[in-house]
Ligand binder design. Structure first.
Ligand code: NAD
Length: 488
């Protein structure tokens, strides 16, 4: 159904500094109402070809600008996005289903910070130099931008994750062709409107909208795009790896997770419970870093469960623009069905659903009856082998299980194909170090969650990804290094 009161928002591709219409479009839904409210270009080879051409043409001038000039432009862009923070947050919420509060406090401020961070960090890298006195030689390394970078991002943190790629890519002197998720394209399009004013030359940032299989693959297969930075699912990453293999492309892959929280009986539950609720249900559980397996030591298992479930029931689900709401809508009808199906499977296997889906009733405001909402759901007594404990659900569903020993819980926490993020809760310093060292996880947060220093590496091991992003890591990914030897 179409929204009657408002005109449809129609997006256009941004190529060579100009907005260009497309010959066909995809419907985009407002997840909190179920209405089609926006049309997104359904780009393919032709549009990608034009965007790559524009990016190639812009490369010589952009890559030869001084670091300071590029840094100033990135800072200007950050300022312009920040000026429109409210409008960006509202758009992100409408497009994605997340609450306006979350978009206003997490997504958009982080998008602004991504540009500021790389505007600054790019000025401070140094290269290496060694001396080989006996040969009369010095060696040094030199780094240069690679060329046209292909950037592909998912729907859960749309502008946040896209700018986390655009900022380092252009700060290093590359030009880019970006393809946001077809389900959440609006804020990327809004950002394009600010590029000229920020001083970003035409063709440095091109955005092509469309689906993964058409626009995404055209970008991945384009011979003039030597590197692809991708954030999304493990399945898509396999496809991208296959498609890019004939071109030997450089890939950075940030993928899914099945993140454990390990809670020892000496944990401070007054900190642990609210943080573990956030780590399970923030952004509707649609964050790659969200906790979905909670291991609680037997001595505090029943107390933890009681308090955790009581608090989970307080999370309010509903209209994303209501400031008292904690949980907005899931991204799509299909995704909601998929997340619900996991709860059904758990029940069929004999697990207990303690609150949420199928247990409590969800009352929605009149305007949101057709939205894709779901209550925060806690499942207990689920086996480690269950799909609910093995597969990424990516919704407001978390499983709680008991454990006895440190040795046992490390083994169980590591017994999934993923390895993105973990949290460890204990007041024993020795134990948190020991456990953190042994977890197969790219990120380990002890006694906290989602506290990030962008200077340090971000990314996953095992099926959670290849490569890392961060000040130094993104700089290395987005530049080509050369070793030069001088003999005197
Ligand atoms: P997805 O893999 O379906 O899509 C991601 C992007 O890839 C979209 O832009 C999509 O259009 C594009 N795409 C799809 N098929 C493609 C193909 N064949 N070729 C090229 N591009 C293609 O993922 P999603 O459902 O949008 O996002 C959710 C997933 O992302 C979850 O698995 C989540 O864990 C993961 N994620 C990971 C991180 C991280 O940093 N590790 C962050 C956020 C999300």
């Amino acid at each position: 159904t179409m929204a009657h009161s408002e005109a449809l928002l129609v997006l256009e591709n941004f190529i060579g500094g100009r907005f260009v219409p497309c010959s066909s479009y995809i419907d985009s839904y407002n997840p909190s109402t179920g209405d089609v409210y926006c049309r997104v270009p359904d780009s393919g080879k032709e549009e990608v070809e034009a965007a790559v051409k524009a990016a190639k043409a812009a490369f010589p001038v952009w890559s030869s600008k001084s670091l300071l000039e590029r840094s100033q432009i990135l800072n200007k862009l950050a300022d312009l996005i920040e000026c429109d923070l409210e409008a960006f947050a509202q758009a992100e919420s409408k497009d994605q289903g997340k609450t306006i509060t979350f978009a206003k406090t997490v997504d958009i401020p982080r998008a602004v910070y991504n540009f500021r961070f790389f505007a600054s960090s790019i000025l401070h890298h140094t290269t290496e130099c060694t001396e080989m006195a006996s040969m009369g030689c010095v060696h040094y390394t030199s780094r240069a931008p690679v060329g046209v970078a292909g950037l592909i991002s998912p729907w859960n943190l749309p502008l946040y994750l896209l700018t986390w790629k655009i900022a380092p890519a252009i700060a290093c002197g590359n030009t880019v062709v970006a393809k946001p998720s077809e389900m959440t394209s609006v804020t990327a399009w809004m950002m394009c409107k600010l590029l000229e004013k920020a001083g970003v030359p035409h063709g440095v940032v091109n955005v092509v909208f469309g689906t993964g299989t058409k626009a995404g693959e055209a970008l991945v297969c384009h011979p003039d795009v030597p590197l692809i930075s991708f954030t999304g699912s493990t399945l898509t990453a396999q496809r991208i790896t296959e498609k890019s293999a004939p071109h030997c492309k450089r890939l950075s892959l940030e993928l899914g997770g099945k993140n454990p929280a390990i809670i020892f009986d000496d944990a401070d539950l007054t900190q642990c419970i609210p943080t573990t609720l956030r780590s399970s249900f923030a952004n509707q559980g649609e964050i790659c870093l969200c906790t979905s397996r909670i291991f609680v030591q037997r001595g505090i298992y029943s107390e933890f469960l009681k308090r955790f479930v009581a608090e989970a029931k307080k999370w309010k689900v509903g209209n994303p623009s209501d400031p008292t709401v904690n949980v907005g809508a899931l991204i799509s009808k299909e995704h909601l069905e998929k997340v619900r199906s996991y709860v059904k499977k758990a029940q069929a296997e004999g697990a207990r659903v303690l609150c949420g889906e199928g247990v409590d009733s969800l009352a929605l405001p009149t305007g949101n009856q057709k939205g894709y909402f779901m209550l925060p759901t806690v499942i207990a007594e689920v086996k480690d082998e269950s799909c609910c404990m093995q597969e990424e659900i990516f919704g407001p569903v978390t499983c709680v299980v008991a454990f006895d020993t440190e040795e046992e819980v490390i083994k169980r926490a590591n017994s999934v194909k993923y390895g993105l993020a973990a949290t460890v809760w204990s007041s024993n310093v020795g134990r948190v170090h020991r456990v953190a060292q042994r977890l197969q996880s790219g990120l380990v947060w002890t006694n906290c969650w989602l506290v990030r220093d962008l200077n340090l590496p971000f990314g996953g091991m095992k099926a959670s990804g290849i490569g890392r992003e961060g000040a130094k890591d993104s700089y290395e990914f987005f530049t080509e290094v050369k070793t030069i030897t001088i003999k005197h």
